[in-house]
Design a protein around this ligand. Structure first.
Ligand code: UT7
Length: 325
């Protein structure tokens, strides 16, 4: 049995923060940000809109696209590192707001790979027969853990949500493989040091900005390029496919240069790659489902097309998924 994506949806909060706005906040320039990352603007949720609210909007749209109601869903998975609260899970807020009474709901944290890791879970639920319909959502408000005085990270991050419905497939379309990987020995490249059991919230942690995201950008960049190139090549090999057979690459949107390097390794021209980070920046677990939804809406994916998803993020975690649409 295969699982397939039967509906996609996304939601971006309306407020736009441009590079020119950030020029007023830290010592940076629009030119530097565009040249080094490809990002021109990002979205920031207002203080009364939570990660679960973005998730609910994206989820509703995915359900509508799949022709389903909230009551039809068995499992809700939210991939996020910026949940509404440490406890309960954001997925439980989503379940309540959607009135998806039948659904069991839980979060997963695989940072920017959260959506792809979540897809592997959804795939396993469907293929094992343990669930018929899974709503998988990547939702983030990275603005809440952004140090707006750190020019090395604040230019990169944004808020948003994307969602998919996963159900059983009755033909050979669907998820052909999802491969997920982690290396916890290099966790320190990307982390939020305080707010957990290692470093609980205190006056001191707040004063020293330890609740903000920290990243060793350049080291992360080099590992990302190497790892992503390898994972996509391995996935193709495993499925006896050539890169020429991939209609569309849907990468995590962290840095245009990382995406271009992967496309080059696959010998794919950029017109076969979804790139929307100029509008939204890096939205972590939300970036792939937002990009996927945009590609679907723009008619860039036809039935029978092979598409490749690939992600890389804190943990470290990285993953790929091969889907026949
Ligand atoms: O999504 C999860 C995984 N995350 C990623 O994959 C992100 C990976 N990393 C990156 O995308 C890039 O490393 C960055 C965009 C974060 C940084 O680009 P870089 O080319 O690696 O720059 P760098 O960190 O090596 O810094 C180069 C210079 C430094 O100045 P000096 O030391 O050469 O004088 C930085 O201080 O650029 C400086 N710099 C900036 N200058 C203007 C760093 N941030 C900025 C900025 N504006 N915003």
């Amino acid at each position: 049995m295969r699982a397939k994506i039967t509906g996609t949806g996304s939601y971006l909060p309306p407020h736009v923060l441009t590079n020119h706005d950030i020029e007023q906040m830290v010592d940076t320039t629009d030119e530097w940000i565009v040249e080094r990352t490809g990002i021109k603007e990002r979205r920031v949720a207002d203080p009364h809109t939570y990660t679960s609210d973005l998730a609910v909007e994206a989820g509703k749209r995915a359900l509508k696209a799949a022709g389903l109601k909230p009551k039809d869903i068995d499992i809700i998975i939210v991939a996020t590192v910026t949940g509404d609260m440490p406890l309960p899970s954001t997925a439980c807020f989503v379940q309540a707001k959607l009135k998806a009474k039948k659904a069991a709901a839980f979060d997963i944290n695989a940072a920017c790979s959260g959506f792809t890791f979540g897809l592997s879970i959804a795939n396993a639920y469907i293929c094992s027969g343990m669930a018929k319909r899974v709503l998988l959502i990547g939702s983030e408000e990275l603005s809440r853990i952004t140090d707006w005085e750190d020019r090395a990270t604040c230019v990169l991050l944004g808020d948003g949500a994307g969602a998919v419905v996963v159900e059983a497939s009755d033909d050979d379309t669907g998820i052909w493989s999802v491969d997920i990987f982690s290396d916890g020995t290099i966790w320190d490249l990307l982390n939020v040091p305080a707010g957990g059991s290692a470093n609980p919230a205190s006056e001191e942690t707040v004063k020293s900005g330890q609740h903000y995201l920290k990243m060793k950008g350049n080291e992360t960049f080099k590992i990302a390029v190497r790892t992503l190139e390898q994972v996509v090549v391995d996935t193709l090999k495993k499925n006896n496919l050539q890169s020429s057979q991939i209609a569309l690459l849907v990468p995590h949107q962290a840095n245009k240069r990382i995406i271009e390097a992967t496309a080059k390794r696959l010998n794919m021209s950029m017109d076969r790659v979804v790139l929307n980070l100029h509008k939204y920046g890096n939205t972590s677990a939300a970036s792939i489902p937002i990009a996927l939804d945009e590609a679907v809406k723009q008619g860039r994916i036809r039935k029978g097309d092979f598409i490749m998803l690939e992600s890389f993020g804190g943990g470290l975690t990285w993953a790929s998924a091969l889907i026949k649409w």
